[in-house]
Design a protein around this ligand. Structure first.
Ligand code: PMT
Length: 221
């Protein structure tokens, strides 16, 4: 059985995409299935943590022993995470949060017109960056989904968002990224450590990541 490394700890995990409404029938979103985040939540609960899963709209079952908070938009995810943050020991942000949302949300269905159309977008709040500013004792763990210059961009996010760890995935790898059962990642720590993981089922990978982050080895905390 897994050692209960996270006994007595409260862990928030975010998972899935966010949906940013255009009108009552349309939205802007991405291809996150929630599998990586749900696997992280399941692993955290198995390691004994009080686990809160803040989840965007996905088609997965809530893992045993996990408390779920369902959200739709980046704004709702931010509010849900903030509500749990002060009492949390760690936050794991596997969600693919929209960086932009439509500036205007139409109250009625937008009508088709002659010619092209465009939607003006505005920035959403960077949830993790806000947590990085507010953190006191919390361990902050981000994910970085990149298509190029993976290490450079991931390390940039680790710094800019004031994180303790970042888990970088090259989402162009056919064995990893959005929607797949497996993932291929490298874990970077604030102390300069880096550790590549082989292609693994997301559930297996989640357990190994948490054991590495909370359990010792080079990333002992
Ligand atoms: O859900 P799956 O289909 O299993 O796919 C898994 C995954 C590819 C979605 C996952 O492994 C992953 O990489 N998640 C992070 C995706 C992402 O949005 O990365 P990013 O590089 O854009 O963001 C960096 C970090 O900042 C992330 O931890 C993200 O949650 C966070 N963020 C981003 C934008 C924002 N407005 N607020 C945030 O908190």
């Amino acid at each position: 059985a897994a050692p209960r490394l996270l006994e007595g700890k409260k862990v928030i995990v975010t998972a899935g995409p966010t949906r940013e409404r255009i009108d009552p029938v349309r939205y802007v979103s991405n291809f996150s299935s929630g599998k990586m985040g749900y696997a992280m939540a399941e692993a955290a609960a198995r390691l004994g943590a009080e686990t809160v899963l803040v989840t965007g709209p996905v088609e997965l079952e809530i893992p045993a022993g996990v408390r779920a908070v369902h959200v739709e938009s980046a704004r709702e995810m931010f509010e849900a995470v903030l509500a749990e943050f002060d009492t949390a020991d760690a936050v794991i942000k596997a969600a693919a949060v929209a960086d932009y949302r439509p500036k205007t949300v139409h109250s009625g269905k937008m009508k088709k017109q002659e010619g092209d159309a465009s939607i003006e977008l505005e920035r959403t709040t960077d949830i993790l960056k806000e947590l990085g500013k507010r953190k006191s004792h919390q361990c902050l763990i981000g994910f970085a989904a990149e298509t190029d210059r993976v290490e450079e961009y991931a390390k940039g996010k680790l710094e800019r968002k004031n994180l303790d760890f970042i888990i970088a995935n090259d989402v162009t790898n056919p064995q990893g990224g959005f929607g797949s059962e497996t993932n291929v990642v490298t874990l970077y720590g604030r102390d300069g450590s880096s550790e590549p993981f082989p292609a693994l089922e997301k559930k297996e990978l989640a357990e190994r990541l948490l054991s590495r982050i909370f359990g010792g080895g080079r990333n002992d905390r």
